[in-house]
Design a protein around this ligand. Structure first.
Ligand SMILES: C[S@@+](CC[C@H](N)C(=O)[O-])C[C@H]1O[C@@H](n2cnc3c(N)ncnc32)[C@H](O)[C@@H]1O
Length: 416
């Protein structure tokens, strides 16, 4: 099903492939994030139980100019894994950018397909171990139908990484969208609308909520594509946590986790014991909804999901042969940071600072997490350094309890 807004959406991404990227930049840096970081896929989707040697197929549904595609394909190539990453999008202009980026990176594990994700499942594309759908569902005429198509394209045991807009962190966006519907109606040429949006932003009164919203920067840093996507988009719908979970469940999926899980734990913001007795009685979804409501700064939600009939992935933290990894962190540097923080680790979620208490042996353990050593080897070394085994095990468990929900300390895919 398409409608007038969907036709306008297709025209938007043809005129302004999103996000705005210069393929030459691929020689200088790799953009990483969530969902679809390979460390996250291994851990949150497969519970770090799917061997790295097993062939892997991923679909990037609405891949756009290719941020997620470059990241996942590059991670897989770097790790020497046998894999195919299928980029699927309607926008020929976005494909051009994504293909040029892949060329600069010399990536040969990406297949580019022009088409609509509304036509999924598609036998010519086959089934996938993992599907990324980042920043797309909330633009569709029928997000539920879109997500059901993705779910039907998933292999048993596979998973989906989603990103959708969230309401509170986008405060001010929808007001300016209303303003621009009046000032730059949808029937005007895209370039003209962007020009009017730029002029409006310069003169928007200080009282406008978007002026006070530090978390949304697409209209400032994202070029014309960012302005169009944020303020002139023909359709975008924001999902609160309960709305997102309802969407996921109606599509026949189950929520595995929101990223970062810790951010959705209200207790990290609420030390008051009387409030804690109330949060203790809440369901996981209620707790996440509470965290969303009290922080007010979530502009997106990232969710990993699985087929409802599949068991929740359970990483083997109690297996000494498991290999822990730090996602985008250096163990030795982190160990120093913990020392400097007097045994606590400062973290920030979109400007919201939280101090995470760290166990005594945090530094000794973290400095040994290198993606090679097993949990058993790390504990042996810490014990050889003078700690009791009981203390080393207790502190490893405490560290994991803090850093896994932070999406930082994860388990690697087994090699075999
Ligand atoms: C906001 S961009 C997100 C791009 C990319 N996933 C990312 O996060 O960088 C949305 C993309 O979804 C694509 N899209 C929207 N509706 C689609 C559909 N029905 N089928 C395929 N692609 C679609 C657009 O062309 C656009 O490239």
């Amino acid at each position: 099903m398409t409608d007038a807004a969907d036709t306008a959406l297709a025209a938007q991404y043809e005129a302004y492939p999103y996000p705005l990227r210069d393929p030459r930049d691929e020689a200088k840096r790799l953009i990483v994030g969530s969902p679809s970081h390979l460390r996250e896929v291994d851990h949150w989707i497969f519970g770090a139980r799917r061997p790295a040697s097993q062939p892997f197929r991923a679909l990037m549904a609405g891949g756009g100019s290719g941020d997620g595609t470059m990241m996942l394909a590059q991670h897989l190539a770097r790790a020497g894994r046998e894999a195919e990453v299928v980029w699927l999008d309607r926008s020929a202009a976005a494909r051009k950018v994504a293909e040029a980026r892949a060329q600069v990176r010399k990536l040969e594990n990406i297949r580019f397909v022009n088409g609509s994700l509304l036509d999924l499942p598609d036998p010519s594309l086959g089934q996938f171990d993992y599907i990324d759908c980042c920043g797309v569902l909330h633009h569709l005429p029928n997000p539920l139908a879109g997500l059901k198509g993705l779910a039907a394209s998933l292999k048993p045991g596979g998973g989906i990484g989603l990103m959708v807009y969230a309401p509170h962190g986008r405060t001010g966006v929808y007001m300016l969208q209303d303003a621009l519907r009046l000032l730059a109606p949808a029937d005007q040429p895209p370039a003209e609308r962007v020009e009017i949006a730029k002029r409006l932003w310069k003169q928007t009164p200080e009282t406008a909520w978007l002026k006070k919203n530090p978390w949304i920067t697409d209209h400032i840093q994202g070029g014309d594509a960012g302005i169009y996507d944020l303020l002139l988009n023909p359709r975008d719908v924001a999902y609160s946590v309960p709305q997102l979970v309802a969407l996921i469940e109606e599509a026949g999926l189950a929520l595995t986790c929101l990223v970062e899980p810790l951010r959705y734990d209200p207790d990290i913001y609420l030390p008051d014991p009387r409030l804690r007795t109330r949060t203790a009685g809440m369901s996981p979804v209620e707790r996440a909804a509470l965290a969303e409501a009290i922080t007010g700064n979530m502009g997106i939600h990232i969710a990993y999901c699985r087929r409802a009939e599949d068991p929740a992935p359970a990483p083997a933290w109690d297996d000494p042969a498991s290999v822990p990894v730090l996602r985008e962190l250096d163990g030795a540097a982190l160990a120093k940071g913990v020392q400097a923080g007097n045994g606590a680790l400062p973290v920030a979620f979109d400007g919201l600072k939280v101090m995470l208490p760290m166990p005594r042996l945090a530094g000794a353990i973290l400095s040994r997490v290198d993606g090679e050593r097993t949990i058993g080897a790390i504990l042996d070394e810490v014990v050889a350094g003078g700690a009791s085994r009981e203390q080393a095990e207790r502190d490893f468990a405490a560290l994991r309890k803090q850093l896994e929900p932070l999406n930082r300390l994860l388990l690697a895919a087994p090699r075999g």
